[in-house]
Design a protein around this ligand. Structure first.
Ligand code: FES
Length: 202
């Protein structure tokens, strides 16, 4: 006599019922998935929303929105508030205009005593002390005429050099030397009356 459990497992009726149930499940599942269509194409809407959340830059459309919230002119990627500040600082850094660019009819004139030459002459604020002396016919020393050596050195005897003149690009004298009145006459433009000893170097 067969075990009752084995009898149940091999029962043909039970097998048929199980097969039918399985087929029904498969059929229902396939019907649910068939023919699904998205209600609308949402891709444009999503892009518009993302674009609206990003600040404007100065780029022309369509590339005028930066990634990451930056509004940095000239950069479309990775900008931010901090970058804005850096750029603002960068923009604030402007070189001083050269005194040589002051028009003649707007330039002030100062009395400059060339002690060794024994003369006092008028020099405009847009003319280097070296050039002014040469215009008088004096043989003053120089080499580079660009503030990059000390051949044209002189000394203001009245006090710190930069209280009496402006250097346009001197690269040789230290703060202490300037404080002692030393100057490079090829790039020294007067801003006050002064007495100058030519051919003097620290
Ligand atoms: S000539 Fe060189 S610094 Fe004046």
């Amino acid at each position: 006599m067969l075990n009752p459990l084995i009898t149940t497992i091999v029962n043909p009726t039970a097998i048929v019922v199980a097969v039918i149930a399985t087929l029904l499940v498969v059929l229902v599942s396939s019907l649910k998935g068939r023919g699904w269509e998205p209600a609308t194409d949402i891709s444009d809407e999503v892009l518009q929303r993302r674009a609206a959340a990003v600040p404007e830059t100065e780029f022309p459309e369509p590339g005028n929105r930066s990634i990451g919230g930056g509004a940095v002119p000239g950069s479309a990627v990775g900008g931010g508030g901090e970058a804005d500040g850096e750029l603002a600082e960068g923009e604030a850094e402007e070189a001083e205009p050269s005194p040589a660019e002051i028009p003649d009819d707007e330039a002030d004139t100062f009395e400059i005593e060339y002690a060794k030459e024994g003369e006092t002459i008028e020099v405009k604020e847009n003319e280097p002390l070296l050039d002014a002396g040469e215009d008088e016919g004096w043989d003053l020393p120089y080499a580079c005429r660009q503030g990059q050596c000390v051949s044209c050195g002189g000394q203001v005897t009245d006090g710190p050099a930069e209280e009496y003149l402006t250097h346009d690009g001197q690269e040789m004298l230290s703060e202490d030397e300037l404080g002692d009145g030393y100057t490079l006459t090829c790039v020294a433009y007067p801003t006050a009356d002064l007495t100058l000893e030519t051919s003097e170097t620290p």
